[in-house]
Design a protein around this ligand. Structure first.
Ligand SMILES: Cc1ncc(COP(=O)(O)O)c(C=O)c1O
Length: 483
C-alpha cells in the first residue's frame, strides 16, 4: 500500500491518495460499517506520510460521509444505507392536535414483546445476554441478607436514600447538579413520565410531542384524556424547535414531552445548543418540559450526552429516566428530578402505589456503588454499535431498493423507511405469521403517518436475527405495489 502512493503528487494530492487507499479498504470489506479505522498515528507510520496528511485524508472521507469521527474514540466506517429523509418542516399542515383512539394493535405489539416463540426484531428491550445478571443476582442475595426488615417493608417516597445518592452522582454526567432529596424513585421511566403528565396537565389539555413518537406514551396520553400535538422531528436534531415555536403561537400547550437523547424510534440526539433553545422557548412561555433521557447512557461515544435539564434555571424541566435499557428492565427502577413539581409527583405516587418495590432499590444502589456500571456501559455500547451496523448492512442487503434508515449514534433502535406503498401493518401481520415480531410505523403517530415504516431493535445480533431480517426483506418485497 505504501508503495502505491505517488508522493510526487502528479496525479492527485498525497492526502487524496491516502483517502483513496482507505476508501478501497472499506470497499473490499477489510473495514466494515461500524469498524474503527486505524489511528492517525498508525496510518502516518504505515503510509509514511505526515500526521497532517492523514488528518486531511480523514477529513475528506468524512466530507464524503464514508467515515465518521467519534470524539475521543477515533474514526469509524459509516453504514452505506441512505439516511432517512428529513420531514418537510415548512409544511405547517402537519401540526394539528388529535385525540388518540386506543388501538388493539398497540396492545398486541406490547404483549408480543416478551413472547419467547417470536424473534424479537421490534422490542426496545436490551438482550439478557448483555445484562450483568450474575452480578445482580449475587448482589440481590447479599443485600436481602444484609438488610432484613428493610427489604420487605416499604421504602416510602422519595425512595431508598442510598439509591438516590447514587442517582444524584450519575445525574452529574448529564450536566444536572442535584442532591438526593431532588430525586424521586419511581417504578420505571414510564411511571416517572405518567406522574409528570398528571402533575402538569388536566384532561382536555394539549401536550406537544415529537413525531414519530414512542407509542406507549401515545396510549398514556390518550388514557389521561389529553390531546397529543405531533411536532415533526428529524433524525439528526430531534424535535423541530421552529415547528414547536409556531405551535405554541397557535394555541395553548400545557406541557412538552421529548426524548432528548437517542429518541424512540428516530434515535435522534438533540445537540446541546438545540436543548438549550428548547428549554429557553418553553421557559419563556411557562410550559413544563418532560424530558425522557432513558437512552442517554447508551451513547456509542465515550461520554454520555448532556440533558435539557442542565439548561433549566427555572425548575420547569421534569427529568425522567430508568435503568431499564442498561441494567435490568424487570427491576422497574426509574426516577424523576422534578424541580417545582417534585412534591406534587410524590403525593401522586403515594396515592397511586405508595412506594416502589424495595428489593430492587437495595440491589440497584449496591450495583451502582460497587458493580462496575461504567465498565458494563462501555461493553454494551460497543455491542450495540456493532449490532446496529450489522443490522443496517443486512437491511441494505435484503430489503427492497429504495429502503432508507436512520444512523443512530446511540441506543439500539433502527427506524426503517421502506419504499412507499409497502404497508407496514400488513408486513407486521405477515412477519408474525412467520414467527417474527416488529413494530409497524403507524403506531408512532396519531394521524396516519409512517404507513411504510417499521421499527427494528438491534439489541441482539446472531445468525437467526440475520435470517429474520432476510425473511422480512422478502416479505417487504412481496408487498411492493405492482406497477
Ligand atoms: C423512550 C422510552 N421511555 C420509557 C420507556 C420505558 O421505560 P421503563 O421500562 O423504565 O418504564 C421506553 C421503553 O421502550 C422508551 O423507549
Amino acid at each position: 500500500m505504501i508503495n502505491g502512493l505517488n508522493k510526487s503528487g502528479v496525479t492527485s494530492l498525497l492526502y487524496e491518495q491516502v483517502a483513496g487507499e482507505i476508501a478501497a479498504l472499506v470497499e473490499q470489506g477489510t473495514f466494515r460499517a461500524g469498524d474503527r479505522l486505524p489511528s492517525i498515528r498508525q496510518l502516518s507510520t504505515r503510509f509514511d506520510v505526515s500526521i497532517n496528511t492523514v488528518m486531511q485524508a480523514y477529513a475528506l472521507l468524512e466530507d464524503k460521509r464514508l467515515i465518521q469521527a467519534r470524539p475521543q474514540s477515533g474514526y469509524y466506517v459509516r453504514s452505506r444505507v441512505p439516511e432517512i429523509r428529513e420531514p418537510d418542516l415548512q409544511s405547517r399542515s402537519v401540526i394539528a392536535p388529535a385525540t388518540i383512539t386506543i388501538s388493539d394493535l398497540c396492545h398486541q405489539v406490547m404483549r408480543n414483546m416478551m413472547r419467547r416463540d417470536l424473534l424479537p426484531l421490534g422490542s426496545a428491550i436490551p438482550s439478557a445476554e448483555n445484562l450483568p445478571i450474575d452480578k445482580l443476582n449475587r448482589i440481590m442475595a447479599s443485600e436481602l441478607r444484609k438488610y432484613g426488615d428493610h427489604a420487605v417493608l416499604y421504602q416510602m417516597p422519595p425512595g431508598y436514600e442510598r439509591l438516590r445518592v447514587q442517582i444524584a452522582r450519575r445525574a452529574l454526567m448529564a450536566g444536572i447538579s442535584s442532591g438526593p432529596d431532588d430525586i424521586l424513585v419511581t417504578s420505571g421511566c414510564v411511571e416517572a413520565v405518567l406522574l409528570a403528565l398528571r402533575a402538569t396537565c388536566r384532561a382536555g389539555d394539549t401536550i406537544a410531542v415529537e413525531s414519530p413518537f414512542y407509542f406507549n406514551f401515545m396510549q398514556m396520553i390518550a388514557e389521561l384524556g389529553l390531546k397529543a400535538l405531533e411536532i415533526p422531528a428529524t433524525p439528526r436534531d430531534g424535535i423541530s424547535i421552529e415547528a414547536l415555536r409556531y405551535a405554541i403561537e397557535q394555541g395553548r400547550i400545557s406541557a412538552c414531552l421529548v426524548v432528548t437523547n437517542f429518541s424512540n424510534p428516530l434515535g435522534s440526539l438533540m445537540p446541546d445548543e438545540r436543548k438549550r433553545e428548547l428549554v429557553e422557548l418553553l421557559v419563556r412561555h411557562e410550559i413544563p418540559l418532560i424530558e425522557d433521557d432513558i437512552y442517554g447512557d447508551l451513547t456509542f461515544d465515550n461520554e454520555r450526552p448532556g440533558s435539557a435539564k442542565s439548561f433549566d434555571h427555572s425548575d420547569l424541566v421534569i427529568y425522567c429516566s430508568s435503568f431499564s435499557k442498561t441494567i435490568a428492565p424487570g427491576y422497574r427502577v426509574g426516577w424523576a428530578i422534578a424541580g417545582r413539581f417534585q412534591a406534587e409527583m410524590e403525593r401522586l405516587k403515594l396515592m397511586m402505589n405508595i412506594a416502589s418495590s424495595s428489593p430492587p432499590q437495595l440491589a440497584m444502589a449496591e450495583f451502582l456503588a460497587t458493580g462496575g456500571y461504567d465498565h458494563h456501559l462501555r461493553s454494551i455500547r460497543r455491542v450495540h454499535a456493532r449490532n446496529i451496523s450489522q443490522m443496517a448492512e443486512a437491511v441494505a442487503r435484503y430489503f427492497p431498493a429504495g429502503t432508507r434508515m436512520t444512523h443512530p449514534s446511540g441506543g439500539f433502535i433502527l427506524w426503517v423507511e421502506m419504499p412507499e406503498g409497502i404497508d407496514a401493518i400488513q408486513l407486521y401481520h405477515r412477519a408474525l405469521a412467520q414467527g417474527i415480531s416488529i413494530v409497524p410505523g403507524p403506531l408512532f403517530s396519531l394521524s396516519g403517518k409512517y404507513s411504510h415504516h417499521i421499527r427494528l431493535s438491534a439489541a441482539q445480533w446472531n445468525e437467526k436475527i440475520e435470517q429474520g431480517i432476510m425473511t422480512l426483506g422478502t416479505l417487504a418485497a412481496e408487498l411492493l405495489p405492482r406497477l
